[in-house]
Design a protein around this ligand. Sequence first.
Ligand code: NFE
Ligand code: MG
Length: 566
Amino acid sequence: MTKIVVDPITRIEGHLRIEAEVAGGRVTDAWSSSTMFRGIETILKGRDPRDAWYVTQRFCGVCTTVHSIASIRAVENALKIAIPSNAELIRNIIIGIQNVQDHVIHFYHLHALDWVDITSGLTADPAKTAALAASISDWPLNSPTYFKEVQDKVKAFVAKGRLGPFANAYWGHPAYKLPPEANLMATAHYLEALEWQKDVIKIHAILGSKNPHPQTFLVGGMAIPIDPDSQNALNADKLAEIKRLLTKAGEFVEKVYIPDLLAVASFYKEWAGIGGGVGNFLSFGEFPQQGGGQPWLPAGVVLNRDLGKALPVDHRKVTEYVDHSWYEYSGGAGKGLHPWEGESEGKYSGPKPPFQHLDTSGKYSWVKAPRYEDQPMEVGPLARLLVAYAAGHKPVQDAVNGVLGKLSVGPEALFSTLGRTAARGIDCLLIAREMPKWNDQLMDNIGKGDYAIHNGEKWDPDRWPAEASGYGMHEAPRGALGHWIRIRDQKILNYQAVVPSTWNASPRDAKGVRGPYEAALIGTPLADPGKPLEILRIIHSFDPCLACAVHLLDARGNETLKVAVR
Ligand code: NFE
Ligand code: MG
């Protein structure tokens, strides 16, 4: 038996370590571990609840808005504060463009190099590349001259030995299957997506004064004035600029991302049968609608891959275990705690660094093990779409069925690495199409003279009850995110965040049940255990972010992919 360690396996987002046992060319067991701790939940205690969003936003520099949204929702829920329609629409646009930008970045910059061999693209014929691109999209940049320029640029990097982001991958690995022209096309779009994402995220700068970490969040609404007659407020010019950027965002998703996704996926269809995972899916629902009611994408739970029904979500069914995590509960191990009672007292008890392997029979991660009704749950775009699909959401059903049809695969293909990666694209496309509506609704409100942006009724803590508890649910790009708060005497008594990568990177629970990454790896065939590209593909398909999951910063800088084989 071989034991493989991939550490860190993430491309930019915190420290995730995977240990896997391999026998007969397949993964027979796996452990997911985060190896760093910071402890923001602990430092929130005693602070003003209205400031929590500002602190929690620093959990992560990738999902830069999500912890402010979840936090202000948690405080608003605790204090029973309703927010004005304009604030809801502005939040929707901020959340929407965060998702769209994040998904494109994930596909091209965090996941594509698991499927695209950049070095193979250097041998491509630019004219044939342009012909291939023209066969799948009318994107205007796709010309022989353009692909030749890109090829020359990458060749110049290689000649100087300056591979930058393209260093350290398994180039030439036999599991890469794209022809040179498809590799060159994807490389060109990798570079284009870098420019595109920088531009479209200016929406955050317009609505939030900066990105990353917009500054205009506020319990009770938003801190951005609306005034058509002022250059220092949200006015018609700024809304027109947002509209332009939303169009630009949507065009790239429709004409570049989705065609590339389908083209790449068509060469890797066997991945529709690999990397499935726990088979349970949780979504908290997102994008509140004008006039209340259900959010645009519904909340729900799908159990045991049963798309026949989406069960309702009850936040009280969420608990976290620490039997295999480096925390100590005051009441002892073996029991899951609801986040209102949650504890984050860390105590490292693993092997002394440098170590070869973790003690995976005991505690082995700084990530806790969240469970819903005692079950591990996969969260993310796939969960979001499966819940919406099971709940009968027509646009989601049509989009999912359309993509399955184009790839000539059945619905069972969704429960896989390919399904996860395809779902992220569909999620991105649907959100990109919906966003202009929120901008139009905002314009309509303002046109009618509705400039309300903040509900200040409960701003004064003297108007708060002595004790209050709340929860804030959000669908971040990586999935279901919950913040739970307890307030006593105007101060934070307890604060807990259970984030998407905590769900997905979960270690085993008290009963020894594996988390989603761990379960997804079981049975995976490895062409070469010394170069476990297949493990990267599966784990990256979840879009891991360990900075979020343990609420910590990578202070050391990342090495990319250190693999140890025993
Ligand atoms: Ni740091 Fe995050 C998102 C959150 S993931 S990226 O999306 O919450 O765990
Ligand atoms: Mg937490």
